[in-house]
Write a protein that binds this ligand. Structure first.
Ligand code: GTP
Ligand code: MN
Ligand code: MN
Ligand code: MN
Ligand code: MN
Ligand code: MN
Length: 212
């Protein structure tokens, strides 16, 4: 309670930390740029080295700026809805798979608002696919318009932690991430129960306390 009071005394413009808002609230904001990104994932029974369960294939991408992020992007004036904008970006960034695969309102998950460095809203979507659909997206991603320019490659997120206590998810989390995409990843893993809470907490701790 005391903390909330302390936090709230700062005017909205000076709050550096993105805040969670409802979709309705987000859509009423004036002069904010909207962007939509999505976590695409599929369950798998495959094991690394025949021993380590991979559990889920979760897609992110290496961006042109050297940071990791989710596929998606800014919603433009000509996009009729958030989903329209996201489907257009997915076609540009991931390629022809998204002529048929379409994101809908059912895939909407959450929205976050930030004031700095620029006023913006990021909307986060999630969609479960089959392993075959994920593999086909990966293959077709080389034919995407933005492949090799905005997109340097689609990557899979390792969800396991190797015996050294750092390889896998902790090492992955030590990368650089665009905007709040790292918190979106953790939120997605948590809320979809792709990992248990203690596994997520361990991975975060190991990513911050490695000696390698
Ligand atoms: P351009 O076509 O070059 O404009 O890029 P884009 O439309 O694909 O936009 P981009 O994906 O870069 O996302 C727009 C803005 O949202 C970025 O400038 C980042 O601040 C932020 N952003 C990018 N990726 C992510 C992401 O995965 N999650 C979140 N929360 N924000 C992101
Ligand atoms: Mn993008
Ligand atoms: Mn784009
Ligand atoms: Mn951009
Ligand atoms: Mn764009
Ligand atoms: Mn673009």
């Amino acid at each position: 309670m005391a903390q909330a009071t302390h936090y709230n005394k700062y005017p909205q413009e000076e709050r550096r930390r993105p805040r969670i808002v409802s979709r309705e609230e987000a859509m009423e904001l004036q002069d904010y740029r909207h962007a939509c990104h999505i976590m695409l994932y599929a369950p798998t029974i495959a094991k690394l080295f025949g021993r380590v369960p991979i559990r889920y294939v979760v897609l992110m991408m290496m961006r042109y700026d050297g940071r990791l992020g989710f596929p998606g992007g800014f919603v433009d004036m000509k996009d009729a809805s958030l989903e329209d904008g996201l489907n257009r970006e997915l076609l540009e960034e991931l390629g022809p798979s998204f002529n048929t695969l379409k994101v809908t309102e059912e895939n909407y998950k959450s929205s976050q608002v930030r004031e700095v460095p620029l006023k913006g809203v990021t909307h986060f979507f999630v969609k479960e696919l089959t392993l075959e659909e994920i593999e086909s997206i990966e293959k077709e991603s080389f034919n995407a318009k933005d492949h090799g320019s905005e997109v340097m490659g689609v990557v899979r997120v390792p969800l396991y932690t190797l015996r050294d206590g750092f390889g896998g998810l902790p090492a992955f989390l030590s990368n650089n991430f665009i905007g709040n995409s790292k918190s979106q990843l953790l939120y997605g893993l948590r809320s979809l129960r792709l990992l248990r809470e203690d596994q997520i907490q361990d991975a975060i701790w190991c990513s911050q306390n490695n000696q390698y």
